[in-house]
Structure formats: structure tokens, C-alpha cells
Design a protein around this ligand. Structure first.
Ligand code: PDD
Length: 286
């Protein structure tokens, strides 16, 4: 089945979808994005992603390409047209193209470019990776200072994943000024003596939509949460660790820089939070 994608108002086969070579998303990474997961053919936390998209656009003085209701309609239609039961919807908005390359932003008459496509991922909720847990390495965080804006500047996170792969691991956590910021595409946590520790929100990390939901659910389940800076050494000495993201939900971490946590299997709190998150978010999916 050819995938149907959405580009600037049109639903098209992926092979026919086109964006200008002068598009600022392509030339300057002048673009923001969102990834929304789909379970049971429904969108998980669409509202959270729509609100964060608006915030990213506002922070960069970019125009909204359409209303939230239209966005929801496009998401739903793509899920339906592509028969997605479990998977993801990727959305990207760029500052568009005024037909040339220039560092200066184009005038507000230049329309933003909007592109959405689906990724089919059968078995996403029950993935083998989540049963095994992830091995991570730590790397320096050399990204720009506005990581709260979800831009498509993903070269360094991609390099980080490659560094992890080369080291025989699955992912990397990044470190700045001695403290863990976040994973290459997820938020980072450890658990010690029953307390869940994660970095507080600031411009240094992405304000994860899954993070917000998981922290709320942890508190509802009477688990203690501490939002504070932490070092990689604390995480290595933890009882367990995990990450959160829309594409992997709650992912247990079983090894950090070659140091095995517990017996090298996912910890009970990460497993429980994954179960609660999946159960609750499927109930609220739209
Ligand atoms: N990444 N931190 C970073 C750097 C991220 O790229 C992501 C998400 C997160 C988690 O945010 P959320 O819970 O809203 O997905 C944290 C997406 C999934 C991606 O780039 O594919």
C-alpha cells in the first residue's frame, strides 16, 4: 500500500509529495516538528502536542499553518487512510520558501510549509525493546541553548545515536556542566530508594509531553518525584532508570556506560509506569 502523506493542504501518495528546494526547513533547519503516537488507531495526547507546537511556533515568530481542529482532522485522516493501528504521526512546519536563500526571515506573506506523514509500527506498545530495556552511554551535550523548542536541528542527536550504536549501546544521555540534560530523543530519569529523579524543565531540555503525563501518573500512584539536576554517576548507582518519549513511552534503562543496573533487567517502577501510562493514555486517546 502506498503511503498517503499531507503537504500544504493536499493528501498525496508519498512519491508525488514535493517541497521547494528553497524551503527554509531544508536550507536552514528553520522548522519545528511533533511526533504523536497512535495506539488502537487513536491519537495519544494530541492536545499536548498541539499546545507544544503552538509554543514552538510562537517562540520562533512562525505562523500557524492551520487551526488546532484542522490539525486534528489531518492527523485522523492520515491514520485512517494509511490504516494505522499502532504507529506514529510525524508533523513538520517550516517557515516556508520565498524562492531564494537568505538568512533574513521572509516576509509574513510567505506561507509556512506543513507536512505530515504516518509511520506504521505494529507491536509498538508491546515492543521487544521495552522488555529488554535500553543500554545507554553518556556523551557531551553540545546542542544549542533553546532545546525547549522542538526544532528539526537533529544532527547532533543523530550523531549521539550513532556513537551509542558504535559502542554497542542503544542510545545516549547528554551531559552539560556535569549534569545529565536528556536523552537524544527522550527525557531521562533514575530511581533511588523509591524516589523518581528527573531534571526540572528549563530551556535546557525539551518539555516532554510523555514526561508531563508520566510524572502526573507517578504522583497519582503515590510515587515520589524529585525534579532536580543529577549526575551520570548518581544514575549509575541507581536502583533503576528509564526514559520517556512519544515514540517509546516509558523505556527501561538497564545499563549506563557499561555499568549494569540491578541484574540487567527492567526495574519494577519503570515497568509499572509503562503499564499505567499505556493504560491511561489509551483510555484518553482521541
Ligand atoms: N522526540 N527530549 C528530546 C530531545 C526529544 O527529541 C523528545 C522526543 C523528548 C520526549 O518528548 P515527548 O515525550 O514529547 O515525545 C525529549 C521525538 C519522539 C522524536 O524526535 O522522534
Amino acid at each position: 500500500m502506498t503511503r498517503t502523506v499531507y503537504v500544504n493542504g493536499e493528501y498525496l501518495p508519498e512519491t508525488e509529495a514535493k517541497v521547494s528546494i528553497f524551503d527554509r526547513g531544508f536550507l536552514m533547519a528553520d522548522a519545528v516538528y511533533e511526533v504523536t503516537s497512535v495506539l488502537g488507531g487513536k491519537l495519544i495526547d494530541f492536545e499536548g502536542h498541539a499546545v507544544r507546537l503552538k509554543r514552538s511556533l510562537d517562540e520562533l515568530d512562525m505562523q500557524e499553518p492551520c487551526t488546532k481542529d484542522e490539525l486534528l482532522e489531518i492527523h485522523r485522516k492520515l491514520v485512517e487512510l494509511n490504516g494505522i493501528d499502532e504507529g506514529l504521526v510525524y508533523l513538520q512546519v517550516t517557515r516556508g520558501s520565498d524562492g531564494d536563500r537568505d538568512f533574513v526571515f521572509p516576509s509574513l506573506e510567505t506561507k509556512p510549509t506543513i507536512v505530515l506523514f504516518t509511520q506504521n509500527k505494529p507491536g509498538l506498545a508491546n515492543s521487544e525493546a521495552s522488555k529488554k530495556g535500553a543500554k545507554i552511554i553518556s556523551i557531551e551535550d553540545i546542542r544549542w541553548g533553546r532545546r525547549d523548542i522542538k526544532t528539526v536541528q537533529l544532527l547532533y542527536p543523530s550523531m549521539g545515536k550513532m556513537m551509542a550504536k558504535k559502542a554497542g549501546a542503544d542510545d545516549a544521555w547528554m551531559i552539560e556542566d556535569g549534569y545529565v540534560t536528556e536523552g537524544t530523543s527522550n527525557n531521562a530519569y533514575f530511581v533511588k530508594d523509591g524516589v523518581i529523579v528527573t531534571r526540572p524543565l528549563s530551556n535546557d531540555i525539551l518539555h516532554g509531553i510523555t514526561r508531563k503525563a508520566v510524572l502526573r501518573m507517578a504522583e497519582e500512584a503515590q510515587l515520589k518525584v524529585e525534579e532536580r539536576l543529577f549526575t551520570i554517576d548518581e544514575a549509575k548507582e541507581a536502583d533503576e532508570a528509564f526514559t520517556t518519549s512519544a515514540s517509546a513511552f516509558v523505556m527501561p534503562v538497564v545499563e549506563i556506560d557499561g555499568v549494569q543496573l540491578r541484574d540487567g533487567t527492567p526495574g519494577p517502577i519503570a515497568k509499572r509506569l509503562r503499564e499505567i501510562y499505556l493504560e491511561e493514555s489509551v483510555k484518553e486517546a482521541i
